[in-house]
Design a protein. Sequence first.
Length: 122
Amino acid sequence: MGEEGQVIACHKQPEWEALLAKAKESGKLAVVDFTASWCGPCRAIAPYFTELAKNNPSVIFLKVDVDELNAVASKWDINAMPTFVFLKGGEIVHKIVGADKAALSKKIEELKTPTAATTSTA
């Protein structure tokens, strides 16, 4: 699926579907950055997104250029860039529209822990 701690760019529909399937079966949190090369805020937050990937190797980071994969962007109802979609078990659990570094990092921290984990105090 790519190296842990890296952002995986999806360039073709079959590649996107394969990465989504692998993310779903891994049970890990996946964060998808829907971006565009012409988008200033997208370019501004890209290095931060890469840094988040390095600092959160247990999370899957994907990047989709809406111009390359416009069918995916349309299907996922992406209307503004950047849009960050958070997936767990293949389901959308959260969405952030805009280059909000604080919200992005806070939501990753909140969601990266497996929800099935149980703690015992006995």
